[in-house]
Design a protein around this ligand. Structure first.
Ligand code: AMP
Length: 284
């Protein structure tokens, strides 16, 4: 596995691989790698891509400095893991190259209004500006590529797809299914911060989504069932929503068809999210 730090080397490497006929598969991460990240690499490899994984804990997408401080950073463990996943080049860019103004505010921002303002964006102001800005930079430096993102961050995927469309970036966005532990907990780098009791309560997120799927509508009853499941497990509910999967707008009770249920909750100070596809139908 090749290791790259500098932006110019990264840009050149991607250009060389394209010139030799390879398609680049870009897998952006914030490190603390797990099987969710591995699944993105596997998808890129299955497509025959030259896989460039980036690891960069992007401060611009953390609205809470404590969350940024507590975010797990495990570079020594990540490098052999990335290699074992089959990453071809691991890019660990420096802050000085990614955000030269940091810790002062970066003057240039990419912002996706609407999609970036609801759900996670409502509770974490500026989060998706940080996400869109960093993904735009990764995509521009990498150049023509496929970029792989997990449905675990469903709203992020929607924001990135919109940004790529609106800015005409030469990136094909590939969404990949959520990887879960056997007990249903969606894998997340943040899970390492959960002790046994917090982890047990965190399972209420996936249980809430299962309850919503079983109920099948109307959306208001699904929202109530999800919030009740999480509250009963002493999880502080951030949101429990049923939305149109394309617009992320909340569905009314007369809606029918495929929808997305999304939940966010705080367990022992750790913020977790999860989502799944559901079918909604009108109430009796
Ligand atoms: P992160 O390092 O948390 O920023 O995540 C990097 C990428 O991995 C994002 O596209 C995430 O959506 C994806 N990812 C994280 N957890 C999972 C998971 N459990 N299943 C699938 N993809 C995931």
């Amino acid at each position: 596995m090749r290791r790259v730090v500098g932006i110019e080397e990264w840009r050149r490497l991607a250009a060389e691989k394209r010139a030799s006929g390879r398609r680049i598969g870009l897998v952006p991460t914030m490190g603390a790698l797990h099987a969710g990240h591995e699944s993105l690499v596997a998808a890129a490899r299955a497509n025959g891509d030259y896989v460039i994984m980036t690891i960069f804990v992007n401060p611009r997408q953390f609205n809470d400095p404590n969350d940024l401080r507590a975010y797990p950073r495990t570079p020594e463990a990540d490098r052999p893991l990335a290699e074992s996943f089959g990453v071809d080049a691991l890019v660990e860019p420096t802050m000085a190259e990614m955000w030269p103004a940091y810790p002062d505010p970066t003057p240039t921002t990419v912002s996706v209004a609407g999609l970036g303002d609801v759900l996670e964006g409502a509770g974490r102001p500026g989060h998706f500006d940080g996400v869109a800005s960093v993904v735009a930079k990764l995509a521009i430096v990498t150049g023509s590529s496929r970029a792989y993102f997990g449905e675990k961050d469903f709203q992020q995927l929607a924001v990135v797809r919109r940004m790529v469309l609106d800015l005409g970036l030469d990136v094909e966005v590939v969404g990949c299914p959520i990887v879960r532990d056997d007990d249903g907990l969606a894998l997340s780098s943040r899970n390492v911060r959960l002790d046994a009791s917090a982890r047990a309560r965190a399972l209420s997120l996936s249980r809430a989504l299962a309850a919503a799927a079983d109920l099948g509508g109307p959306p208001s009853a699904m929202r109530e069932a999800m919030a009740a499941t999480m509250t009963a497990a002493q999880v502080v509910v951030g949101y429990a929503e049923v939305v149109d999967p394309a617009t992320l707008r909340p569905l009314e009770d007369d809606a029918t068809g495929p929808a997305r249920a999304l939940v966010a909750g705080v367990v022992d100070g750790v913020r977790l999210i999860d989502n799944r596809e559901v079918e909604v139908r009108k109430g009796p």
